[in-house]
Design a binder for this molecule. Structure first.
Ligand SMILES: Cc1cc2nc3c(=O)[nH]c(=O)nc-3n(C[C@H](O)[C@H](O)[C@H](O)COP(=O)(O)O)c2cc1C
Length: 305
C-alpha cells in the first residue's frame, strides 16, 4: 500500500509525524522513533534560554486524555542547535525543529539559530504568551500577532519551510490560519493542546502544580478534526492534523477532513513507541479493505460526500 505523501514539498514515506514535545531533542530517542516507522519527527520546542519548566506534577493522565503543564522546559537555543545538528546528521527521515519565544524579535532570533542546523522545516509554536501585548496572550489567539511572527521568521527562513502550530483555544482558528498563510506559512499544524484543568476533589486542589494544563489525547480529537475541516475549506497550504490520534482509523479521519499528514504525541504514551508502525499497518489494512490506493485519494474526501 502506498502511504507516501508530500508535505509542502517535503516527501514523506508515510504521513505519521512525531508531534513536538513528546520525545525531547534526543538523537537516540528519535532514532528509535525512526526505527518504528515514523514518516518524520518534530523536536521539543526550543526557546531563547534554558528553562527548567514547572515543578511536578506536570503531566497527569485521566480517563479520556492527558493534561500537561511541562512549562516549555528546554535546553535553550545554543545547546539546542548542537543537539538538533547531531540529530539531523544521524536521521534519514525529515526533522522538523520547533521554537517559541516571548516576542516576535526573539522568535526570529531563535528560529535563525535553529535554521543553521538545516532542519527541513521549523514549526513555530505560537501557543506561548506574547509579552508584546498587554495581557500576555498567546500569539496564536490573535491573527495580527500571528502575521507579525510569521512574516518576521519568513524574512530569514531562506529555503527552510515555516510551519505554524495553531491553538484550539483561538476563538476563530480559521482567521489565525488564514493570517499565517497570508504571511507566508508553508503549512499549518492543527492543533496544539486545549486548555483545561483537573481538580482532585479529595485534596481540593488542582492536580497540576501550574493549575491549568494542556489537554491532549482522545478527548481533543473531535475539536482538532473540526479545526482541520474548517481550515481545509479556507487555506491552500497543507495541514498536519494533530490531536488524539491513536489508531490508523483516527489518522484516516483527519486525512478525510483534509489533512496531508498527521501528528502523533500522546499516542506514544497510549500505544508505545511502535505506535507509528501500528498506525501505518492499520491505515494500510483500512485502505486495502475499502479499496483506496493512496493518501491523496482520501484527502478531504469527507467534504465531497
Ligand atoms: C507532555 C507534552 C509536551 C508537549 N510539548 C510541546 C512542545 O514543546 N511544543 C509544542 O508545540 N507542542 C507540545 N505538545 C503538544 C503536542 O505536540 C500535540 O500538539 C498535542 O499533544 C496534541 O496531540 P496528541 O493528542 O497526539 O498528544 C506537548 C504535548 C504533551 C502531551
Amino acid at each position: 500500500m502506498n502511504l507516501s505523501t508530500n508535505l509542502a514539498g517535503i516527501p514523506l514515506k508515510n504521513p505519521t509525524i512525531l508531534a513536538s514535545g513528546v520525545m525531547g531533542v534526543s538523537t537516540s530517542s528519535m532514532k528509535f522513533v525512526q526505527e518504528n516507522r515514523a514518516g518524520a519527527v518534530t523536536c521539543k520546542s526550543i526557546g531563547h534560554e534554558e528553562r527548567k519548566g514547572h515543578h511536578n506534577p506536570t503531566v497527569y493522565s485521566w480517563g479520556q486524555g492527558i493534561t500537561n503543564a511541562v512549562g516549555l522546559s528546554n535546553v535553550g537555543v545554543d545547546d539546542g542547535t548542537v543537539l538538533l545538528k547531531e540529530m539531523i546528521d544521524a536521521l534519514e527521515i525529515p526533522v522538523i525543529s520547533s521554537c517559541f519565544a516571548d516576542t516576535v524579535d526573539n522568535l526570529a532570533r531563535v528560529a535563525e539559530k535553529l535554521m543553521a542546523s538545516k532542519p527541513v522545516a521549523i514549526e513555530l509554536n505560537l501557543s506561548c504568551p506574547n509579552t508584546e501585548n498587554d495581557f500576555g496572550l498567546m500569539f496564536a489567539l490573535d491573527p495580527e500577532a500571528t502575521t507579525r511572527a510569521v512574516s518576521q521568521v519568513k524574512k530569514i527562513a531562506g529555503n527552510t519551510k515555516v510551519f505554524v502550530k495553531l491553538t484550539p483555544d483561538a476563538s476563530n482558528i480559521v482567521d489565525v490560519g488564514k493570517a499565517a498563510e497570508a504571511a507566508g506559512a508553508d503549512a499549518l499544524t492543527a492543533t496544539n493542546t486545549l486548555s483545561g484543568m483537573i481538580i482532585d476533589i479529595h485534596t481540593k486542589r488542582p492536580i497540576l502544580t501550574n493549575k491549568f494544563g494542556g489537554l491532549s489525547g482522545p478527548a481533543i480529537k473531535p475539536v482538532s478534526v473540526r479545526a482541520v475541516w474548517n481550515l481545509y475549506n479556507a487555506v491552500k497550504i497543507p495541514i498536519i492534523g494533530t490531536g488524539g490520534i491513536n489508531t490508523g482509523e483516527d489518522a484516516i479521519e483527519y486525512i478525510m477532513a483534509g489533512a496531508t499528514a498527521v501528528g502523533i504525541g500522546s499516542g506514544v504514551y497510549y500505544r508505545g513507541i511502535d505506535v507509528f508502525k501500528k498506525i501505518t499497518d492499520e491505515m494500510s489494512a483500512f485502505m486495502e479493505k475499502e479499496g483506496y490506493k493512496s493518501i491523496e485519494e482520501m484527502r478531504g474526501i469527507a467534504h465531497k460526500s
